[in-house]
Design a protein around this ligand. Structure first.
Ligand code: NDP
Length: 481
């Protein structure tokens, strides 16, 4: 039995509370290393967290923008100041390399600071009525109590880009982070608590999604749900929210295309694909998983990309020379290896993709390239969420665009080309929420909308000032003198 002092508790109504169970947070680079022990909440704790948030809502929604600005700004400042230490925790619990993890922590700090400013900038409209003697105003009000459900792959940035706008616009929050990576979410909870977030305004409940997440999403005290994760869970949450007529925002998977035209600069294309497909161990919803390559550049591109991919150093996330960290856990590793076998059975030539042994027990896998495959193969249609990419050869721009759009998803899409016409046409005609020209499909700014189309996303966009669409509701008021 663990000593309670060693256990990171749930934050409910301003108090750190034990849960019904305790879960070790395991380092995927070295499974002997336990990052910490985290309490799993039970159903009663979910009730208490929602109740605490409901009780805190009247005062917080009326607190005004200065208070919200100051809280978010203080959290952002501390995240930036402690980026190395928190980045280290992130690399240990999720497995992305230390520079990637520090970069993600900086991003979380920037997001908090951005929404600190947005709290002060929320505007409305004042219009003349079509009827004489009447004033019309259109204002935004907080939605109420929002449930935030987050995945393991960006354990600090995704909680940050949901929590910060929720609080900036006057909502109260119950956050359920992924069970695999509760550590970074717990740090944000600690910082909010430390910098004076009133009791109940922000609550953290950790534990399994199928129990804690499910209870939270269907709780009658919740007004809105923002979710990032798999399509299957997203669909389930959408069904529950539809039945309860509850506002919902979903960010789900991708099968993002990167087109490489004959007129591309070869090095630009190779670097964009290496980064987009394999960095962060391919565990990004915006990862380039379909490389759609025109026939003239195909062989040279595959030759250079294959060599550079095989030269990438896979190792412990904290090791200075690692370029790719481990896969997040055994389950995800087995899923990746399943798809690599599937690629072989679908007649693709596979470069790399083997299980790797290191001097410590971890979930190491070489990145994989599937050559000679088609867009109809399962490996080109299903999200793998690992360091694996299909290469699909095409004749010309029109075929490249058709293949790029022939997918259930529509999150991010890229093209490498030196032709203004190809770049412009692609930007106009590709069916994706985000388009990159001569840049990797992954890697976005924090002050502009993030989100996709088709099966990738549902509901209003996240991030930037557009986040107000989800985290506020409109009120139109008519007043006669
Ligand atoms: P999930 O969709 O299962 O998990 C995302 C979040 O939802 C986690 O916090 C999870 O909790 C929670 N959750 C799970 N089931 C429920 C439920 N019934 N009700 C409410 N919340 C729930 O994705 P995973 O993290 O397990 O990853 C599986 C696959 O999803 C990956 O292989 C990848 O393909 C995809 N994925 C996509 C992401 C993206 O950004 N597009 C991000 C992460 C995953 P818990 O983890 O504690 O069970």
């Amino acid at each position: 039995m663990k000593d309670m002092n060693d256990i990171h508790g749930n934050l409910i109504g301003g108090e750190w509370l034990p849960g019904e169970d305790v879960r070790p947070n395991v380092n995927p680079s070295d499974t002997r290393d336990i990052v910490g022990h985290y309490a799993s909440a039970g159903l009663t704790a979910v009730d208490e967290a929602v109740e605490a948030a409901r009780s805190a809502f009247p005062a917080w929604s009326a607190a005004g923008p200065q208070v919200r600005h100051d809280l978010l700004d203080a959290v952002g400042t501390e995240l930036l100041a402690r980026k190395d230490e928190i980045g280290r925790l992130l690399a240990r619990e999720e497995g992305k390399t230390l520079p990637e993890a520090i970069g993600e922590t900086v991003r979380a700090g920037q997001v908090f600071k951005f929404f600190a400013g947005e709290a002060l900038r929320l505007t409305g409209d004042s219009q003349q009525s079509v009827r004489p003697g009447i004033d019309v105003t259109v204002t935004r009000e907080p939605v109420g109590v929002v449930a935030l459900i987050t995945p393991w792959n960006f354990p600090i940035a995704i909680p940050a880009w949901k929590i910060a706008p929720a609080l900036a616009y006057g909502n109260c929050v119950v956050l359920k982070p992924a069970e695999l990576t509760p550590g970074c979410a717990h740090v944000i909870a600690q910082l909010l608590h430390k910098h004076g977030c009133p009791a109940g305004v922000f609550n953290l409940v950790m534990g399994p999604g199928k129990v804690v997440g499910d209870a939270l999403v269907s709780h009658l005290g919740i007004d809105a749900v923002s979710f990032t994760g798999s399509a299957a869970t997203g669909e389930r949450i959408a069904a529950t929210c539809g039945k309860l007529r509850r506002k919902v925002q979903l960010e789900m998977g991708g099968k993002n295309p990167m087109v490489v035209m004959d007129d591309a600069d070869l090095q630009t294309a190779v670097q964009a694909c290496l980064n987009g497909a394999f960095f962060s161990t391919g565990q990004r919803c915006t990862a380039s998983s379909r490389l759609i390559v025109q026939k003239g550049i195909h062989d040279a591109f595959v030759d250079v990309l294959g060599r550079e991919m095989q030269a990438l150093r896979v190792g412990d996330a904290l090791q200075a020379d690692s370029q790719i960290g481990p896969v997040v856990d055994q389950h995800q590793l087995e899923s990746n290896l399943f798809y690599i076998e599937l690629a072989r059975s679908e007649a693709a030539e596979v470069i790399g993709g083997q299980r790797l042994e290191r001097d410590k027990p971890g979930f190491y896998q070489a990145p994989a390239l599937f050559l000679g495959t088609t867009n109809s193969a399962r490996i080109s249609r299903e999200e793998i969420f690992g360091p694996c990419a299909s290469v699909i050869r095409v004749e010309d721009f029109d075929e490249a665009l058709t293949v790029a759009n022939d997918t259930a998803f529509g999150l991010s899409a890229g093209i490498c080309t030196t032709s203004l016409r190809h770049g412009t046409e692609f930007r106009r005609r590709v069916e994706a929420g985000m388009v990159m020209v001569n840049l990797p499909t992954a890697g976005v700014d924090y002050h502009v909308p993030f989100g996709g189309r088709k099966a990738s996303s549902f509901g209003p966009r996240e991030q930037g000032r557009y986040a107000a669409e989800f985290y506020t509701v409109m009120k139109t008021a008519y007043q006669s003198a």
